[in-house]
Write a protein that binds this ligand. Structure first.
Ligand SMILES: *Cc1c(COP(=O)(O)O)cnc(C)c1O
Length: 382
């Protein structure tokens, strides 16, 4: 049951095409979407939005879950709900998807970039401590590629300095830290359901929190600032950040298979570990102590001793029909946030030498072995 467009996308001559990520719509997605069409509930009201929110809150072990249009507006709403604004500083990892930082800019606050831990690749709590000032209002830990952040150390810092934690769990559906689900570990948590994420709604996102007042504010700002139950009574300047009922229908069906999809991700990662751990010149992203990494993307560093550099490996793998991704660029090197004076060696090194391998839930053991074989051949031939 392979995804047809993936095969059609094959570069000419490639016998095989293994995409880095692809959606797995293997449950009741079709049935639920057709139900939306048959009943006419295709906009942002309807039973599936409520059902998806309730099921997602239960999955995360959090009292409130609010479905939104995408993961970026989930972050934006989280910061608005916390009252973060101009003059405030928000500590972010330099090594993350740029949406994290854009959301800080949307509210007029200043992102403060912090380096990563070289083993886990996540924001380094010791560096966070050094970056805190009297203007710091919040920290946004990002569980990079699914690997949970050191939430205990970050929690201690947040408590000591009165900071909010906006947990960006966009890549960490089903990850856990000390037995608790990601998304429920901070003051407020956010998810993305973009097409390449562990569960998808096409485009979509979720805000999760235990705080009823934050949840109320997220709902208010998500719907043009309109008071609940009073259709044209506008309290604040809000946004239209709603998720549609068909999106939520897909999301509910995905969530029904959530545990199985996480298990499939983890099985892919476990097989890669069996094949690649301890190989000279490859350094796999280390799982956080006390954490469970649902492994949205299995990731490693191609070290200088490997024989071929990261970009060379990517080109060689592409020739063999294996799609890979470079690790995100460090955000302080991107045009809108460029800061030549700032040097963050770990983030810069990971973005130069880091690689995501195909990590789709649809991969078989034979597929993973093929990718591992192709990667190991790079070393032998060079
Ligand atoms: C996917 C992602 C987001 C949000 O993405 P959307 O495309 O807006 O849903 C935010 N942060 C990180 C780290 C992500 O991986």
């Amino acid at each position: 049951m392979r995804y047809l467009t993936a095969v059609e996308d094959s570069p000419p001559g490639a016998a095989r095409w293994i995409p880095v990520a692809e959606p797995n719509l293997c449950g009741r997605e079709r049935e639920y979407v057709l139900d939306c069409i048959d009943t006419g509930w295709v906009s942002s009201r309807g039973a599936y939005v409520d059902r998806f929110e309730a099921a997602f809150a239960a999955f995360c072990g959090a009292p409130h879950a609010i479905a939104v249009a995408n993961g970026t507006c989930a972050l934006h709403l989280a910061l608005i709900a916390l009252g973060v604004g101009p003059g405030d500083e928000v500590i972010v990892p330099a090594l993350t998807y740029v949406a994290t930082v854009n959301a800080v800019r949307y509210v007029g606050a200043t992102p403060v970039f912090v380096d990563s831990d070289p083993a886990t690749w996540n924001i380094d709590p010791a560096k966070v401590a050094e970056a805190i000032t009297s203007r710091t209002r919040a920290v946004i830990p990002v569980h990079l590629y699914g690997n949970p952040c050191d939430m205990q150390a970050l929690g201690r810092l947040a408590d000591a300095h009165g900071l909010a934690i906006v947990e960006n769990a966009a890549e960490a559906f089903g990850s856990r830290y000390r037995g608790r689900m990601s998304g429920s570990l901070g003051t407020i948590g956010t998810f993305s359901f973009f097409g390449n994420k562990t569960i998808t709604t096409g485009e979509g996102g979720m805000v999760v929190t235990a705080d009823a007042e934050l949840a109320r504010r997220v709902r208010l700002y998500k719907t043009q600032g309109v008071s609940p139950g009073r259709q044209y009574d506008v309290e604040v300047v809000g946004y239209n950040y709603r998720m549609t009922n068909p999106q939520a229908a897909i999301g509910l069906a995905q969530l029904e298979n959530g545990a199985a999809l996480v298990a499939a991700k983890r099985a892919v990662a476990d097989r890669y570990r069996e094949r690649l751990l301890g190989v000279a010149g490859l350094r796999v992203q280390a799982e956080t102590p006390s954490g469970f990494n649902s492994t949205w993307m299995f990731s490693l560093v191609v070290e200088d001793g490997f024989g071929l550099d990261r970009d060379g490996v990517m080109a060689r793998l592409l020739d063999r029909g294996v799609e890979t991704r470079p690790v995100f660029p460090a955000c302080h090197r991107l045009a809108p946030y460029r800061d030549e004076a700032l040097t963050l060696p770990v983030a810069e090194d990971l973005s130069r030498r880091g690689l995501n391998l195909p990590s789709s839930t649809r991969l078989s053991v034979a597929d993973v072995d093929y990718v591992a074989d192709c990667l190991l051949e790079c070393r032998r031939r060079s």
